[in-house]
Every structure is written in structure tokens, then in C-alpha cells.
Design a protein around this ligand. Sequence first.
Ligand SMILES: NC(=O)c1ccc[n+]([C@@H]2O[C@H](COP(=O)([O-])OP(=O)(O)OC[C@H]3O[C@@H](n4cnc5c(N)ncnc54)[C@H](O)[C@@H]3O)[C@@H](O)[C@H]2O)c1
Length: 335
Amino acid sequence: MSTQPDPVAGVSAPEPEPPAHPTRIAIVGAGAVGSTFAFSLLLSGLAAEIVLVDANARRAEGEAMDLLHAVPFATTTRIWAGSLEECRGAAITVITAGAAQKPGESRLDLVRKNTAILRQIVPEVARVNPDGIILVATNPVDILAYFAFRISGLPSARVLGSGTILDTARFRALLAEAYGVDPRSVHAYVAGEHGDSEVPVWSLANIAGMPLADFAVANGMGHDPGRLQGIFEATRDAAYQIIERKGATYYAIAAGLTRIVEAILRDQSTVLSVSSLICDYYGIDDVYLSVPAVVGRGGVERTLRLALSAEEASGLRRSGETLKALIATLDLDPA
Ligand SMILES: NC(=O)c1ccc[n+]([C@@H]2O[C@H](COP(=O)([O-])OP(=O)(O)OC[C@H]3O[C@@H](n4cnc5c(N)ncnc54)[C@H](O)[C@@H]3O)[C@@H](O)[C@H]2O)c1
């Protein structure tokens, strides 16, 4: 730090630090997911500023107005509808723009539509905010997070996808119902693609440090592998089930995005199943998918090497190959 003479004491006094700017979170895509996330973020009190950006400017304005009127019941937060230029200085830009999954459509079907949309967004965000973090939620999230990483030119630690944070939450919620405990007491992860090829990591799932089968026996419950398989299938297919009933999913992903933002802004080093760059992991290389990762102020600090069973490892490899086959079809030119 440079110093200047203190006219009173005749000694050097530190120059004032530049004023710290308020914590800004930019949300690109103010549809169902983006606006629900904005609401969850507002209630969390984590952000001082929330800027909503959408190709449909009127939609973003309407959402910003509605959210602003919730501020007196929440934490003082500036909320407005803006442009991509206003992602400048954002600690995190959360991308939820894009077409949503239609009934019967797989996440991978969305790839072409949504890469074209991210092309319009990511290079500009990286240009105005080269020091920020990009968090992608748009589906297919693993493909799009990898795409954003490649076309942004940002370091991989600062480009992540929400990945299986949602599937892991669904898995824990359903297991918790089956075992009669708080979901927060169930430690279990879904790894791999956020989608059809995802992998339940049964071998490491536990309650109070006890594998699920031991927990069931110790508590006088039967251990029923068929029931557990049903829980995984309900987890994996939850989006289809919800979309069939109400057209979209947004509450749980909004809560999950808020949790990721919290881990980053508060530098919590939280272990979360987010989608990040995977290298030399059970034979998987150069793809984004979810394994538990340590998330803090720098983004993805490291991915954790899980001791997977042989079946889980081959499931994860298959998931990686599914994603890589799609990545091979993309134009990854940063220009
Ligand atoms: N990762 C997850 O776990 C998860 C969960 C639910 C939904 N999603 C995904 O999130 C995405 C959004 O879903 P939704 O239900 O909010 O859809 P939505 O249709 O309600 O909203 C999408 C918004 O994106 C905007 N948009 C489109 N192109 C844009 C552009 N170039 N720049 C800025 N904004 C643009 C649209 O105007 C619209 O407001 C979908 O891809 C969906 O599949 C992901």
C-alpha cells in the first residue's frame, strides 16, 4: 500500500482504500427459475444488489418491480431490470436464460437451442466482468456450463453449473421420508449428469455415519433394495413428473442456487454437488459433471475424489461419455 505525508503528525498515513462496492448478483434470464431465484436470494439477504436481465425487457421490469415491493418485508436490497453491461462488477452472474424442458423432451434435446442463447450472453458477461464467477442453471446444465467455460475464456474454477445440487436435494428429501429423519441428516449424493445418466452414490450414503442398510437394521426397519431403487428413480425422473403436472420446476432449483451463492459469497468451503471441470477422474477427462466439490469465494476450489464402487465408477464413466458425445457436436470457438 502506498503512503502519503500526514500534514498534522508529520508521519506517513495510509492512503484511503478505494470504497468497497456492494455485493451484486446478476441474473440473466428472468423467467420462472430466474425470478424465483431472485426472490429466494432477496429473502436470504446475501446480496446488496440484484440486477435482472432478460431478452424480454418488459418481463424483467415486471419481475423487478414485484420483487422491489417485497423489500420492506426482507433485507434492504437494490433490485432493478438492466442490461448485460450491468453484470459488470457482479460477484456472480447466474444464467437461467433459455428454453425450458417441454413435456417428453429430454434435457439433452435442448442443447442446440440453449447453446445459441448462451452465445449471446456469456462472451459479453466475460468481457464486462472478467473477474466474476458464472453460475449456469440453464439445461442441459453440464453441457452448457462446459460451453460457458470454453467460450468465456475464464478459469474453470470460476465457471460452474448447478449440476446435481437439485437431484441430491431430491434424493435426500425422499430418503429422509423413507427413514423418518430430517433430510439434513441424510448424507447422500447424486453424481454425474444432471439428467438421465446420473448416478446415485449408494456406497457412501449414510445417516449418522451408518450405511443405510445398517441404519435400517439398527432402527428395526427392513432393508429393501427395491424400495431404494424406486427412490432413486423418483429422484432421477422428478423433473418429468413435475413438468407433467405444473409445466416447470423452479422452487427447489432456486433454493439450490441460493445455497451455492451463499457458499461463494461467505467463502464457506461447502461440499456441494455442482457441475465443474472434471479431469483424470475414474478415466473421465475434460467434461463438466457433478461430483462433490468444495465451493468457496474462488468458485470451485477442488473436486473430491470419492471412493466409488466399481458399478458406480462405471456409471459415472458412462455419464461422462454421454456428455462428451454431445460436447463433440458443439462449436467451442470463443469468438
Ligand atoms: N439446472 C436445473 O436444475 C434446472 C432446474 C429447472 C429448470 N432449469 C432450466 O432453466 C432454464 C430456464 O427455465 P425457466 O422455467 O425459467 O424458463 P422460462 O421460459 O420461464 O424463462 C426463460 C427466460 O429466458 C429468457 N431468455 C431467452 N433468451 C434470452 C437471452 N438471449 N438473453 C436473456 N434472456 C433470455 C426468456 O425471455 C425467458 O424469460 C431452462 O433451460 C430449464 O430447463 C434448470
